[in-house]
Design a protein around this ligand. Structure first.
Ligand SMILES: [Zn+2]
Length: 138
């Protein structure tokens, strides 16, 4: 279902991500990003980037969505799929920090990148190979 970037299963996540993107607070970069995360209990959580005049405080869309999902009870292993949308020519992958944040909750997560013209499907473990996870504490 989430191994085909054209699958209709992506549509609800894309709708949430585009809607969240519309609310992005990006007055400095003008680079609006939306994200959506599907959890194993069937809920979809959206996020958008939230910039701040104090630049280090900027929050990415993916981690905003992740925070909402965790606040609703997401546990490690509970992420099913992720979407990241932007309205620029080149598809935009999650930044390194977001890749690390997401892999805490699903190492094999399918991540769909989309803009108004196309889609590209990745697996999180390929976006963040040899990742540092909780397994390293054991
Ligand atoms: Zn990020």
């Amino acid at each position: 279902m989430f191994d085909d970037p054209q699958s209709p299963a992506w549509e609800p996540l894309l709708a949430v991500a585009w809607s969240a993107r519309d609310h992005a607070h990006a007055p400095y970069s003008r680079f609006q990003v939306g994200a959506a995360l599907l959890t194993s209990d069937g809920f979809i959580f959206g996020g958008c980037n939230v910039e701040n005049a104090a630049y280090p405080l900027c929050l990415c869309a993916e981690r905003g969505a992740l925070s909402a999902a965790v606040a609703a009870g997401l546990q490690p292993g509970g992420l099913v799929a992720a979407v990241v949308v932007t309205d620029v020519a080149e598809l935009t992958p999650p930044c390194g920090a977001c890749r690390q944040a997401l892999i805490e909750f699903a190492e094999g997560l399918p991540v769909l990148l989309a803009n108004r013209r196309g889609r590209q499907l990745h697996r999180l473990e390929n976006l963040l190979p040899h990742s540092f996870t909780g397994g390293h504490f054991r």
